[in-house]
Ligand binder design. Structure first.
Ligand SMILES: [Fe+2]
Length: 202
């Protein structure tokens, strides 16, 4: 883990759950003074208390450690507002429809901020019948490569994992695709809007 629970987080969550320091302490079989010390930064809860503490505060241990309690407000959200998370250690990639706490290889991953694709990360999309043939003219060495391409519509995510020494290309069903993404292991996430069949832009 790259962070540990802070006193401010414990206090905020405890107050949000309308628990007194004593009530929280009783649930954890510690003293009220111990909780007070955590909340004022004079001590940390022992690691064996993280699970019961998270349970008492009605969140997951991951959320507790990240300092955010994620409330799923995304039930009606569409895929285009989704986020990509990429692990810098193992290269794992995750797409989430809404906000999420995503952890991989012991690291809590921030959502990738996509830049507009240009230069060596320009995403080209050719229309072939009912598909986009997507290419990026980019190195594909072990050290520097495009590790995935994705096409996102309001309802679907099409995702193609790429590998070094392969080619930076993928085919996606055109169906309602509104955004194309390319992830470079050195430079991060890039996005482009595809041209609609018939040459119209969105
Ligand atoms: Fe790059």
């Amino acid at each position: 883990m790259n962070n540990y629970v802070t006193g401010a987080v414990i206090r905020r969550l405890r107050e949000a759950r309308k628990l007194t320091q004593e009530a929280l302490a009783a649930e954890l079989h510690v003293s009220g003074k111990a909780v007070s010390k955590w909340e004022t930064g004079q001590g940390f809860p022992d690691i064996s208390l993280l699970e019961p503490l998270a349970k008492a505060l009605h969140i997951s241990v991951l959320e507790l450690l990240s300092g955010e309690d994620i409330v799923n407000r995304n039930r009606a959200a569409d895929m285009r507002k989704g986020k990509f998370y990429v692990c810098p250690v193992c290269g794992n990639a995750v797409h989430s429809i809404g906000e999420a706490v995503v952890s991989c290889c012991g690291i809590t991953l921030p959502p990738c901020e996509a830049e507009e694709a240009d230069g060596e990360h320009t995403i080209r999309a050719e229309i072939t019948e009912d598909e986009y043939y997507v290419t990026v003219d980019h190195p594909m060495t072990r050290e520097h490569h495009i590790s995935f391409l994705a096409a996102v519509s309001d309802q679907t995510v099409q995702f193609v994992k790429l590998y070094p020494e392969g080619s930076a290309e993928a085919r996606f069903k055109i169906d309602r695709v509104r955004k194309l993404y390319a992830y470079c292991n050195r430079h991060g996430l890039f996005q482009a809007r595809p041209v609609l069949p018939g040459g119209r832009f969105f």
